[in-house]
Structure formats: C-alpha cells, structure tokens
Design a protein around this ligand. Structure first.
Ligand SMILES: Cc1ncc(COP(=O)(O)O)c(C=O)c1O
Length: 386
C-alpha cells in the first residue's frame, strides 16, 4: 500500500516541537528534573461545583443521546448572559450563539464555511497556528500580520496593502493574545471594524483568554459599535474554569456567520455532550469567585517569575493578561535558546517561532507550575551563562 498523504497535510511545516519533545525525553531519561513551562494547559483542577454539576448530569439518561447540533438552549442562554454581564453585549442566544466542542473546534471549522481557493486570510504572526493551517487546508492564502513589540503586539492595519485588503475574506484577531499576552484597546477594535466594513472582511476574534487578565479586565471585540455587523467571537471555558479536557466553548456574532459555522458542524460533528454543556451552565452562571481565585494565583506566579527574571538581567515582558510570559532571547534564535534552557537549566519553554516567524527573538513560558517551582526556574536561569 502507498499511503500517500494529501498535499495539504504534506504542506504543514515540520513540527517544531518534535525537537523539543525528543530532547525532553532524552533529559528525563538521564534523570534530570525538568520544570515544564512549555504547554498552555492549566495545572489546577476544575472547580468542585462544576464537577458536581457534571456528575449529576451524567447520571441523567436524558443527556446520553445525540445532542442538538446548535447546542443546548440552556447553555446558549448562559453564554448570552455571560456576554451581557461581562461585556454589556446583548445577543440572541437562538440565532447568534452556537455551542462548540472547545473553541479550537469552531476556529478550525470556520474557514471551511468561508475560504475558497485563492482567498486571502489575514492572520496574526505570531499567532495560534490553527488560523493559518485551516486557511491552507481550504486552499486559501495566508497574509501574515506581524505583531511587533514596539506596536503593542497589535497588527498595523495601515501596513496591509490595498490589493491584499480587497482580496481578504477573514481577519483573525486574538486578544488577550497567545503567545504575546497583549491586550487590545477599544480604539484598536474601532479601527478594525472600520477596516472590515470598508473592505468587506469578516472579523473572527478569538477571545479564549477573556477572563485571564490581571489589572484591567480584557474586553470583547463585540463591544465595538458595528462589530456584530462584520464579525463573530470565539469563547472558551477551557482556561477560565480549568476545563481544557472537557471540550466546551461557544461562538457568538452575526447570525449569518453563526449559521454558516453551524452548517459545517452539522456535516462534521454531532454536538457537544449535553452533560458537559450542563456543567458549562453551572460554570457560566455560578459563583465567579473561582475565577477571581484563578486570577490571584496566576498574578502571584507572574509577579514572582517576572520580577525574578528581571532581577537576573533578562528582558522579560510582564504580561497584562493570559498565563504566558515572553522572554527575549538575547539575540539568539528562539529554537537554540529553548534548547539551551532545556539542556543547561532543565527548564522547558516554547520558542515563539512555533507560532510563526514573527515570534523570532522570543520564547514563551506558561505559568502552569506552582510558585515554588517558578522560583526554582528563575534560580536556574539566573545561574545560566548565555
Ligand atoms: C489562542 C487560543 N485560542 C483557542 C484555543 C483553544 O482552546 P479550547 O479549544 O480549549 O477552547 C487555545 C488553546 O490553547 C488558544 O491558545
């Protein structure tokens, strides 16, 4: 048999993390104690009231059948209440909200509804890799929007050539941002709406980290006047409630965009387990003290880690949001810097180039370890002579 891969799979760039995974295995085999800050997966458990709601829901046979494609009405209503409570945004849960099997699922399926071969998609660089990969799967062309430190890690809309803007179908945005941890000010979103309406571009805003802010609450693209005319936003319960393994999120925005996404989903998946959606209602409608506590924990971790690295002479960017920290690589290629941290200090980071060439010059740490381990990581980096 010749299991020849489809060209679209062959065209995916080599998996950068394979090097790092191999080196991790090698170092562990030598008995090295690795502090793994490489992956953005919370180390904390899902709050007990959400687990209890799930236990109750799974015991109810009513949740065991195929769920509705669009999602449970109660979950979509809870999502709409969350948007109103948090951002003052009012949406119709019937027409403007669809449940997702994690926001990644929706982000991956959205281009299937809108990207034809040759269409241009505007993608932040560095950025969550799914935006670019699915554009390419659909035969679309990725136009990278560099996120530069000196520009607050916001794309420069004025630098997008007119001919590109005219051909662009979707613009992806992601604030709070992975991997740079930047926030977007309302004024930026106003410029985005104006740009999108001028060139007839759909704005797809990925707000998976909306609740992970430290000083100033993160906003929503949908708060911007005109946003509901040109876009939609992806939300996730993964990081807010430590539910990465549960797979639940939602998309909300213009009814036609939500309907198109639902049309793709109807042909691909069969909905999100209703018990998970009921637990999602408990999360969204329940006491948000657990989210305050989560922010307190990550804020403490951020402060310890960033102050320690700064004291040790590193150029570290203290994040206003997310649980990611960018560190400048002292002029070294990001992959080489990452390998040296791993080999010489036993600290695992992610080269920001794993999110696009625009990430060169930085590595990303995820604050997914207790304070004591972060202090230890700082001590090891302090001893390192780079
Ligand atoms: C920027 C961004 N968007 C979306 C996701 C997907 O999250 P989930 O599918 O768990 O909702 C992630 C996950 O790490 C992410 O970093």
């Amino acid at each position: 048999m010749n299991f020849k891969l489809a060209a679209r799979i062959g065209a995916i760039p080599p998996y950068l993390f394979a090097h790092i995974d191999a080196l991790k295995l090698e170092e562990r085999a030598k008995g090295k104690d690795l502090i793994d800050l490489g992956i953005g997966d919370p180390d904390l458990p899902t709050p007990p009231h959400i687990v209890a709601a799930m236990q109750e829901a799974t015991a109810d046979a009513g949740t065991h059948r195929y769920p509705a494609y669009v999602g449970l009405a109660e979950f979509r209503a809870a999502a709409a209440r969350f948007l109103t409570r948090r951002f003052g945004v009012k949406v119709d849960p019937e027409r403007e909200v669809v449940t997702l099997i994690g926001s990644k699922e929706g982000i991956a399926h959205f281009p299937v509804a809108f990207v034809d071969p040759g269409d241009v998609v505007l993608v932040p660089d560095p950025g969550y890799p799914v935006y670019a990969t699915l554009t390419r799967f659909m035969g679309g062309e990725v136009f990278a929007l560099p996120l530069r430190r000196e520009h607050g890690f916001l794309p420069d809309l004025a630098a997008i050539p007119e001919r590109v803007a005219r051909r662009a179908k979707i613009m992806w945005l992601n604030y709070p941002n992975n991997p740079t941890a930047a926030l977007a000010p309302p004024e930026f979103y106003r410029q985005v709406v104006e740009f999108a309406l001028r060139y007839d571009i759909i704005v797809a805003s990925d707000n998976a980290y909306s609740e992970m802010w430290f000083e100033t609450p993160a906003g929503s693209f949908l708060q911007t006047p005109g946003a509901m005319e040109c876009g939609l936003e992806f939300h996730s319960l993964s990081k807010t409630y430590n539910m990465t393994g549960w797979r639940v999120g939602f998309a909300v925005g213009h009814a036609a965009l939500v309907a198109a996404l639902l049309q793709v989903k109807t042909n691909v998946d069969s909905g999100c387990f209703e018990a998970v959606q009921r637990a999602g209602v408990a999360a969204l409608d329940g006491d948000q003290a657990c989210v305050d506590e989560l922010r307190r924990i990550y804020r403490e971790r951020r402060d310890v880690f960033c102050a320690g690295l700064a004291r040790a002479g590193y150029d570290v960017i203290k994040p206003p949001a997310t649980f990611y920290v960018l560190l400048a690589t002292k002029g070294m290629p990001a992959l080489e810097f990452t390998m040296r941290l791993l080999r010489e200090a036993g600290v695992v980071a992610t080269p920001a180039t794993g999110f696009g060439a625009g990430g060169e010059g930085f590595v990303r740490f995820a604050l997914t370890a207790p304070v004591a381990r972060l202090r230890e990581a700082v001590a090891r980096l302090e001893r390192l002579r780079l």
